[in-house]
Design a binder for this molecule. Structure first.
Ligand code: FE2
Length: 373
């Protein structure tokens, strides 16, 4: 399996059975998206922690926002997959907020845990085997999701000043070759839908493989944050590049160290970017209403930045303890009815509310000191 005809990255897999062999053609289920077109263009905040578990790791993905380049879903699976899945038209990055387990794949086992980005290239047949409660933020893209080009040298090796290193990339571990016969459903996402195929052999029939296309994990806690004397903008936090979008990791770090620095991001207007931030852990108490599991969406065309009082409060702070995942897209994001249900409807107003002076203990509380809004 490979990319760009026979010119891109590829892997060679040695199968026991022809991978073309299909016993039955199952159903095709088109993907339906329940769009919500808001009445007004505004900043939004959605609280997602209360989302009830539902479905499995594929069909339980609940689309929150999307455009032609990326789909961003929440997933709290509580059911086992009784089929195998392959994304035939997109790369996937699954950020594991809660839970652990094993992604069983045709390349072998990929153990995952909290804080992992599970990177699954298109064409990978897999099945989640979850342990415990699970909570994911899922990115699916019809373009490639890659390590940013500027982190790699001309041979593809990660540069030493990149914020992660090849030792932080965890490829599949054990390969289990299955020789069972029977009925095995493989659901393939293709043509904006799911086509089910029934095989009469276990799809994990590979006895060995090598190459450059395979699933892997990278843990957000292994991201080495970059700090400057003055504010470093979000590209310094970039973790993945997609087609017309980026994924960034905001990790605990020392803040800007110039004695005159205001170590909090300035107001900004990303004229052609939409900015989605998912808050993973840390104390966000000084950001109005933001909590673990919150999603903020700062759409293009209007400015955003720190809430009143926060810039002053940040002076003298030396570190931030937050963990957050951001996706910036270069084309507008459309919202779903799930986004409508979770939207608090008042976040847009939060910059004009009177800011009461910080609480007495606020100076010891790093809340509100952040790498990005
Ligand atoms: Fe921003």
């Amino acid at each position: 399996m490979g990319l760009e005809g026979f010119s891109g990255n590829e892997s060679i897999l040695y199968h026991l059975t022809s991978p073309c062999r299909v016993k039955e053609l199952g159903d095709f289920e088109p993907i339906k998206r329940d769009e919500w077109v808001p009445d007004a263009h505004a900043h939004r905040h959605m609280a997602t922690m209360g989302l009830e578990p539902e479905g499995d790791a594929i069909m339980g993905r609940r689309l929150l926002m999307w455009n032609q380049d990326v789909e961003i879903s929440l997933c709290r699976p509580d059911g086992e997959m009784d089929y195998f899945f392959r994304n035939g038209e997109g790369d996937e990055v699954i950020f594991v907020h809660e839970g652990n387990g094993t992604l069983e794949t045709i390349f072998g086992e990929v153990p995952y845990g909290e804080g992992d980005y599970v990177v699954i290239p298109r064409g990978t047949t897999y099945r989640f085997r979850a342990e415990g409660e699970q909570r994911y933020l899922v990115f699916e893209s019809s373009g490639l999701i890659e390590i940013p080009r500027r982190y790699r040298n001309e041979y593809g090796q990660l540069l030493e000043h990149a914020p992660f290193y090849h030792r932080d990339i965890h490829p599949p571990t054990e390969l289990h070759t299955h020789r069972d016969q029977g009925e095995f459903a493989v659901k393939v996402r293709i043509r904006d839908g799911y086509q089910t195929y029934v095989l009469d052999y276990h799809p994990f029939d590979v006895v060995g493989w090598d190459g450059y296309v395979y699933p892997w994990t990278f843990n957000i806690n292994d991201f080495e944050p970059i700090t400057g004397r003055i504010h470093m903008p979000p590209p310094s936090h970039q973790t993945f590049q997609g087609r017309n979008f980026v994924i960034c990791s905001f990790c605990p770090r020392k803040l800007d160290f110039d004695p005159e620095a205001i170590p909090i991001p300035y107001h900004h207007s990303n004229l052609n970017s939409e900015e989605m931030i998912y808050y993973v852990s840390g104390n966000f108490g000084s950001r109005r209403g933001i909590e673990v599991g919150s999603v903020t969406l700062h759409p293009s065309g209007i400015p955003h930045g720190p809430h009143p009082g926060l810039a002053e409060k940040s002076i003298g702070q030396t570190e931030t303890h937050e963990l957050a995942v951001m996706c910036d897209t270069f084309h507008p994001l459309r919202l779903t009815k799930l986004a409508k249900k979770l939207d608090d409807g008042k976040y847009w107003r939060s910059w004009s509310e009177d800011r009461t002076p910080a609480a007495a203990n606020a100076d010891e509380d790093p809340a509100g000191v952040t790498s990005h809004f």
